[in-house]
Design a protein around this ligand. Structure first.
Ligand code: ADP
Ligand code: ASP
Ligand code: MG
Length: 419
């Protein structure tokens, strides 16, 4: 039997009517002759609520218990989806991660797949079951505990199942009808793309475009999974949505193909740290051990003389997600107390956002950075930190200018026009 993976995100299973709507799409594929693996998210808002409860109970929580709590939302929707399909006379059964079992690493809250044995699900298909409904976002550690894959992880569950079961396609049903040049909720001029290259999607996702989890794009690229993003609220056919594919299969040739943003960033600066070999390791080692995801790093050259300091000193600035500031501060204070590092002050700026432009065309075109900085300057937006890589440029700016910056860059690179 040909097999499809269909993933439904939170808004697509937000209540019983929406689950029925999603189930009807699954039934249509079964009627076309497919076996289907359905991956479900928690009902929209549910995971946020669960995370909130954990943080309120224990601000520096034990990640094993965080996973025990936040994985539960998907268990509910998996069971409800199987029941809804059964009510439509479609033979269906649900699986939680541990039942498959979806084996992962023990990196709680950010686990990675190790393997997905097919035997259990294959046997049920052989017995006449048409749809396996699997709870997204969760897995099982070698220690036998429940893990989760990081926010948005059900996308990655879907791609991993598509690879493991050699699915004909992996369809990600969501609340927009495809991947756009930027978040259509931020810019009315955002344009839907028929196709996007894996590399570009990977950058957009890792820079904040949450339409696909970064890891899902990585896996699809590695295992050559045919990945598609489409709407669960519209009638769809084989031509709907956006296909994520190899660069060679794309006709468009724009230098910049998308703008991404990440709203909840923080900037931290260690003021007057000693400038000596090993200082960066002494700062970023403890941050990594504390589980802080450091993103941008700037070391300022400092030739000024500081009172009370002999020898060279510098300021070290880094960015991280705003909800990791408390962890970062604790790690730095402990490192200072142990004598591993010395600094005068730790300055926190928790009102920043990151805005990025992405495009594989940047490999062969100069001048993108200048155009980006001019567009921001024209709107009076001050840039606090800049980083670049081969196919992206990111800036850290005050959060209040984030939407304005996204729109300004979308205009500056004329993304509303196909190219
Ligand atoms: P789901 O619950 O289905 O997983 P998400 O909320 O995780 O859905 O992802 C879909 C959302 O991603 C959209 O509602 C949209 O606001 C946002 N988004 C951000 N960037 C983009 C983009 N470039 N194209 C489409 N959607 C985007
Ligand atoms: N429910 C999880 C989250 O909100 C996983 C997902 O929806 O992909 O992050
Ligand atoms: Mg998502």
């Amino acid at each position: 039997m040909p097999l499809l993976v269909m993933k439904f995100g939170g808004t697509s299973v937000a209540d019983l009517d929406r689950i029925k709507n999603a189930a009807a799409k699954v039934r249509r594929e079964v009627e076309r002759g497919y076996d289907v693996i359905v991956i479900v998210s928690a009902m929209s808002g549910k995971t946020n609520e669960l995370v909130g409860w954990v943080e309120e109970t224990s601000p520096l929580y034990d990640a094993r218990e965080y996973d025990a709590v936040v994985s539960s939302g998907e268990n509910v929707t998996a069971g409800l989806m199987a029941l809804t399909l059964q009510e439509m006379d479609v033979p269906a059964r649900s699986w939680q991660g541990w039942q498959v079992p979806i084996n992962t690493t023990s990196a709680h809250a950010a686990a990675r797949f190790v393997d997905i044995p097919r035997a259990n699900i294959d046997q049920k298909f052989a017995e006449g079951m048409k749809v396996a409904v699997v709870a997204g976002f969760q897995g099982l550690s070698p220690e036998g505990r429940i893990t989760t894959l990081g926010r948005g992880g059900s996308d990655t569950t879907a791609v991993a199942f598509a690879a493991a079961f050699e699915a004909e396609r992996c369809d990600i049903y969501t609340d927009v009808d495809g991947v756009y040049t930027t978040d259509p909720r931020i810019s009315a001029k955002a344009r839907k793309l028929d196709r996007i290259a894996f590399e570009e999607m990977l950058e957009l996702a890792s820079l904040g475009a949450k339409v696909l989890q970064t890891r899902s794009v990585e896996l699809a690229m590695r295992y050559k999974v045919k990945l598609r993003v489409l709407s669960s609220f519209e009638d769809t056919d084989e031509n709907s949505g956006t296909i994520v594919c190899d660069e060679e299969d794309i006709m468009e040739s724009k230098v910049v193909s998308g703008v991404a943003y990440s709203r909840d960033e923080a900037k931290m600066t260690l003021v007057t740290v000693e400038d000596r070999p090993g200082i960066a390791a002494a700062i970023f080692g403890p941050l990594a051990e504390a589980g802080v995801n450091v993103d941008m790093i700037v070391q300022n050259i400092s030739e000024r003389d500081y009172e009370g300091h002999t020898g060279a000193v510098t300021d070290m600035t880094f960015s991280c997600p705003v909800n990791q500031v408390a962890r970062a501060r604790k790690a730095m204070e402990e490192a200072r107390a142990s004598g591993a590092i010395a600094y005068d002050d730790l300055v926190e700026d928790t009102d920043v956002a990151k805005v990025s432009v992405v495009g594989i065309g940047m490999r062969s075109h100069a001048g993108v950075a200048a155009r980006m900085f001019q567009a921001l300057a024209a709107d009076g937006i001050n840039i606090k930190v800049i980083t670049t890589s081969e196919i992206k440029i990111s800036v850290l700016i005050d959060r209040k200018y984030m939407e304005l910056a996204v729109q300004a860059l979308h205009d500056a690179f004329e993304l509303e026009k196909a190219g």
